[in-house]
Write a new protein. Structure first.
Length: 187
């Protein structure tokens, strides 16, 4: 579910049925794509992997924070490692899980890094400040699509002809500050 719904966006913009729901959903999805990666979540990035015939192991540069028994979803790590797995062993910089009928491999680096995601612990759709930030961002994205020369303000305070400027996230940073993941890159 999007942080901002199509119905909310329609109401704020006052567009009624002028634009298709699909078009407005793209705007809501774009807002999610900008905001969601910046928020706290149970996620770590595997820098390497290895396997024996019964166990796969992922390696990390920093403490991953997962524990034995956690159900994780692994992506971007290769077909033998990807999928939903249950952790069977952990150390500060590794985690292991059971596999079957695999050919053993030595430790191999992952580039780009593999993504390991744990259970979702926070529903950002229930946070009022996040909802407002998403709505503000959605409105700006919509306006930039419809009237691209409507302008914004550059970092030095001068008028900018492009609404989607570098100050876009600065407008909402105060609303989302409580949810920002210190490992995320914030504009």
């Amino acid at each position: 579910m999007s942080l901002t719904t199509v119905a909310e966006l329609k109401a704020v913009l006052g567009v009624g049925s002028l634009y298709s729901d699909a078009t407005l959903q793209e705007v809501c999805d774009a807002s999610d794509a900008v905001l969601l990666p910046m928020f706290w979540k149970r996620e770590a990035f595997a820098v390497a992997h290895s396997k024996t015939t019964t166990t796969a192991k992922l390696y990390f540069d920093i403490d991953h924070g997962f524990i034995v028994g956690d159900s994780i979803v692994i992506t971007n790590s290769g077909s033998a490692w990807n999928g939903t797995k249950t952790i069977t062993e952990v150390s500060k910089l590794t985690l292991s899980y059971t596999i079957s009928a695999a050919t053993a491999t030595d430790k191999n680096p992952l580039a780009p890094y593999g993504t390991v995601t744990g259970d979702v612990t926070t529903d950002w759709t229930t946070d009022a400040a996040i909802q407002e930030a998403s709505l503000m961002l959605s409105v700006d994205i919509f306006q930039a699509r419809q009237v691209p020369s409507s302008g914004g303000v550059a970092i030095d305070g001068s008028a900018s002809p492009y609404r989607m400027s570098n100050s876009l996230l600065a407008k909402i940073r105060g609303l989302v500050a409580h949810a920002l993941d210190p490992y995320s890159m914030v504009g």
